[in-house]
Design a protein around this ligand. Structure first.
Ligand SMILES: C[S@@+](CC[C@H](N)C(=O)[O-])C[C@H]1O[C@@H](n2cnc3c(N)ncnc32)[C@H](O)[C@@H]1O
Length: 262
């Protein structure tokens, strides 16, 4: 068992939180400085962006968050850099305890957009994906029902730490809920662990992202997701477009696709 795994199992939460913040400090600091010091296309103040950074750290302390601070800070900066004439809501696929949802609801408020939250709220669907090692060497498995957190808990966390007035929830498996979506999506934040779940999100959401909008996959560390994103057959046959350029593919947990429209 790795040192990190042992620490995770045995350290009390405040110490584990501190360990995580020290471990990721260089990357988190860089992302926070970029968000604070670079202008955003959406009109924001330094005070507004500082509030975001502070609240992100508070939320990570209060709510179990499987993402890193730099991941969400980078997403926040990129969303706030979408020109305001690019139409659409922010979409989150995969909420877990609602830590990322609370953070994105605050970004949505600053960006003047709505947040649409999609999750089964009963964990992973039935699947035959065996999981395995991420590119960073940790084992991950996602059997049916794992990561299950109910809608009420997520709602509560968003109400407590985020801005619930920005959020709309859509309960169900993506294959049932996403095909009904029609509105433009300025930014899609997809953190769903499975290849098939990522496929559903790309199939039903990416076509709704207008030119200038963004599609984030926070599962770029999983070889099975990388395989899907790299597959020209998937893009050509299922998506009907050439494979787009992707930032971070194969090297980073966060992969960014900038839409060039259809
Ligand atoms: C890694 S967690 C999300 C973490 C969250 N974004 C965060 O950073 O705190 C993955 C979530 O995706 C959801 N999920 C995965 N596949 C799904 C599917 N096909 N339909 C609905 N929900 C799904 C699970 O229920 C789980 O809540």
């Amino acid at each position: 068992m790795s040192l990190r795994h042992n620490l995770k199992k045995h350290l009390p939460w405040p110490l584990l939180y501190l360990y995580r913040k020290v471990y990721y400090f260089p990357l988190d600091l860089k992302a926070a400085v970029k968000l604070l010091c670079h202008g955003t296309k959406t009109k924001t103040t330094f005070g507004g962006r500082w509030m975001l950074v502070r609240k992100f750290y508070l939320i990570s302390y209060r709510v179990d968050c499987p993402h890193t601070e730099n991941e969400l800070l980078t997403i926040a900066r990129d969303i706030l850099s979408i020109p305001s004439d690019v139409p659409g809501a922010i979409l989150e696929a995969g909420a877990f305890h609602g830590g990322s949802t609370a953070k994105l609801s605050l970004v949505a408020k600053l960006a003047g957009r709505e947040l649409l939250v999609f999750d089964s709220f009963e964990g992973m669907p039935e699947n035959s994906e065996g999981g395995g090692k991420s590119i960073f060497g940790r084992e991950h498995h996602f059997p049916k029902g794992s990561h299950a957190v109910g809608l009420e808990e997520v709602r509560e966390n968003v109400a407590k730490y985020g801005d619930i007035s920005r959020a709309k929830f859509f309960k169900g498996f993506f294959k049932d809920t996403l095909p009904g979506l029609r509105e433009p999506i300025a930014a899609a934040c997809v953190n769903v662990d499975l290849k098939e779940s990522t496929r559903d999100c790309l199939k039903y959401v990416f076509p709704l992202v207008p030119k200038g909008g963004l599609f984030f996959s926070q599962d770029g560390h999983f070889p099975w997701v990388i395989e899907l994103l790299r597959d020209p057959g998937f893009w050509g046959v299922e998506m009907g477009i050439p494979k787009p350029a992707m930032e971070g593919l194969g090297t980073s947990k966060l992969v960014v696709i900038r839409s060039i429209g259809r």
